[in-house]
Design a protein around this ligand. Sequence first.
Ligand code: FAD
Length: 370
Amino acid sequence: MLSRSLKRSLIPAIMVIVAVFLVLSTRPRLYSFQGQIMGTTYNVSYVATLFHPVRDVSRGIQDALADVDQRMSTYKPDSELMQFNRAPVGEPFKLSGDIVQLVQQARAISDLSDGAYDITVGPLVNLWGFGPTQRAADKEGHDDSESLANVPEFAKWIESQYPGHIPHATAIQEALANVGYQSLTVDTEGSTLTREKALFVDLSSIAKGYGVDQAAAALRARGIKDFMVEVGGEVLVQGVKPNGNPWRLAVIGPEMGKNGVSALVEPLDKALATSGDYLNFFEVDGKRYSHTINPVTGWPEAKRVAEVAVIADTSARADALATMFMVLGDEKGLELANRLGIAARFAYYTDEGFATVTSEAFKPYLVKQP
Ligand code: FAD
């Protein structure tokens, strides 16, 4: 039994311990975790106090990303999108509301760019080897037929084309005949899409960004309001870091090699997406063919632009706009970005190396370099 005097002397110590405990448990801390999804990696950092369900948060993010992957992937033959890509031509096909909404959003960007951005570019993406077969074979250009064995059935027909071969002109014309977003009928009321010809819809340019938006929604649903979510280079930030400073992001530019920082930005509750021609390409006779395809010519776009960074309200929109600008190029792209108030930064090849141009709307986000 503790004596009264001993109890009295313990009270201050207990009060100090309780006070320290309260300070620690209420002080904001940074939590981070990573994972694999959509053929790439994801990173999440968020601010919370000492006691909160970290495991539940990381599972919630993984589930949100896996849901997008499972439904919108062209790399999963049984995904909702791939079932649609095999549906009978001319018949409305019922899909989840968010896929129909995403296709509607993509069509608006196609209209904006006179078709330079077009999610029905799939037959060309696959023909040029940037679709599901790309990962199945050695990117060094040596055909590795075993690993091609697990390529989804629909992609088999281009086995001979891959990797790193320039398709025959006739194959390009045949693929082009099945490209054109105008032949994709969207019914948002009935939540259906209809292929008016043998289209192959490829959401790779927008659905990764959509995954980031869904992961951000999962964090907000758990009351977390200060976070950074990144999936394969598409990033969305909200709120501030534990020290109260805004999230600061590096734009990794080609001009600095594969890992050099070419600009620092603070997107302030917005999303940053980048698209480039220097990470996903093959070379034939010294000429580079990247995974950004011009839906009009049927060839990989080869303008001088090397990378575009876009800041927008959602990651899906930033993701799609960055791809769009890769096809438009820096001159036409900058004019459009300034006319519409889109925050875009273009890095392009010059005889001396690289140069960059930035739209007016992008400038406020740039962190002044020391
Ligand atoms: P972005 O510029 O964002 O997109 C380029 C992609 O858009 C091209 O690869 C092409 O598919 C498409 N595209 C090309 N030209 C145009 C155009 N003019 N208009 C519209 N679209 C165009 N990769 C794997 O290796 N394994 C996987 O399991 C895998 N699963 C995925 C699941 C999902 C849901 C998504 C969205 C992608 C997946 N990927 C997978 C693809 C991989 O993540 C892509 O390389 C990536 O999405 C392309 O993003 P990016 O930022 O590199 O280029």
